[in-house]
Design a protein around this ligand. Structure first.
Ligand code: UDP
Length: 333
């Protein structure tokens, strides 16, 4: 029910799947359920629980009988993971192990896992392919790399498993309705929600972390991918797993990199608002450039991103301007 999960739920419901959402609401809101209902006319089942809670997880499996699991649950703030690594290992790694144990017990052996481009760390050669070295530069990335390894070991130990490891690049944008989008707790860590909160007047100024990177304009370059494209990637992966067992590992990105300044400009055009910024110190752990080679996903899944930067900024702004305080605001609809 977080940012990515809520968008994937919509596509699953629209495709006719039954959906149960398990979430401890640590960084999400039950309002999402109403919004999903408004968009799809269907209400997913909801279990307010923690993925580390074996007994409640088992109860949910007994009640819902899933055919497959999409595992989004986890903490994702890089800076916080450096300050409090144990919390990240507990929530992300332990949570995944508990989930896998329960899946194993109930013979549910299809899993799509939310991994991240940050498993690659500082890669010299762009674009990044799936065979690039795994060398995360922070505890958050380590947790994703560890879970990926656990999944690989599990698949080798038992041919009955079908597992997709989806390495997300940088999600941006929102559902076209403006009813759901990213609603981070507190000050956003990521660029797209930070920019949109500056544009809507909730934050004063964007701090650009570093203006002296070896990039065309000196600011960091990333592969921003529309959240609906990313969401479609999950359905393609599920579809793939219904015919194939073993381990699938794919990048989900567009193959294009944009700098922070390019993002700011595109967002100003989409929103008609000024986004004041200042160049600040580099953020520790950041790399200069990261963008995907997404060709494996196209080859194996027939999946390709179809939405560009303008659509991302347009939809991000639509969501932010209709919901200036995220799900906490009274609804503008
Ligand atoms: N960034 C920035 N200011 C912010 C947040 C991010 O300049 O307030 C930059 C960051 O240094 C990186 C890019 O925006 O170059 C994307 O950062 P984000 O945290 O969104 O994703 P990451 O690629 O680090 O996972």
């Amino acid at each position: 029910m977080g940012y990515i999960g809520s968008h994937v739920s919509i596509l699953l419901l629209e495709a006719g799947h039954d959906v149960a959402i398990l979430d401890n609401l640590s960084n999400s809101s039950v309002v999402v359920l109403d919004r999903i209902k408004q968009i799809t006319t269907r209400l997913p089942e909801f279990y307010n629980m923690d993925v580390r809670d074996t007994s409640n997880l088992e109860l949910a499996f007994i009640k819902f009988h899933p055919d497959a699991v999409i595992h989004f649950a986890g903490l994702k703030a890089v800076g916080e993971s450096v300050i409090d690594p144990l919390r990240y290992y507990e929530w992300n790694v332990m949570g995944s192990v508990v989930l896998l144990q329960v899946m194993n017990k109930y013979q549910v052996k299809k899993l799509v896992f939310s991994s991240s481009a940050c498993v690659y760390g500082d890669v010299a050669e762009m674009p990044i392919t799936e065979i690039s070295c795994i060398a995360p530069t922070n505890p958050y990335g380590q947790t994703k790399a560890m879970i990926e390894q656990i999944l690989a070991d599990l698949v080798s130990s038992d041919q009955g498993w079908s597992v997709a490891r989806l390495r997300y690049f940088n999600p941006a944008g929102a559902h076209i309705s403006g009813l759901i989008g990213e609603d981070p707790n507190g000050i956003p860590n990521n660029l797209p929600p930070y920019i949109s909160q500056v544009a809507v007047g909730k934050l004063d100024v964007l701090k650009i972390f570093g203006g002296d990177y070896p990039t065309p304009d000196g600011t960091g370059v990333r592969d921003y991918i529309h959240v609906m494209d990313l969401a479609r990637g999950h359905l393609s992966a599920l579809n793939y797993l219904s015919n194939e067992s073993g381990l699938l590992t794919v990048n989900l990105g567009t193959g294009h990199g944009y700098s922070v300044l390019e993002m700011v400009k595109a967002f100003e055009i989409a929103s008609g608002k000024k986004v004041p910024y200042r160049i600040a110190e580099r953020r520790s752990g950041d790399v200069a450039i990261s963008f995907a080679d997404p060709s494996r996903a196209e080859q194996l899944l027939g999946w390709k991103a179809s939405l560009g930067l303008n659509e991302m900024c347009r939809d991000q702004w639509h969501w932010q301007s209709k919901n200036p305080n995220g799900y906490r605001s009274s609804c503008a609809y």
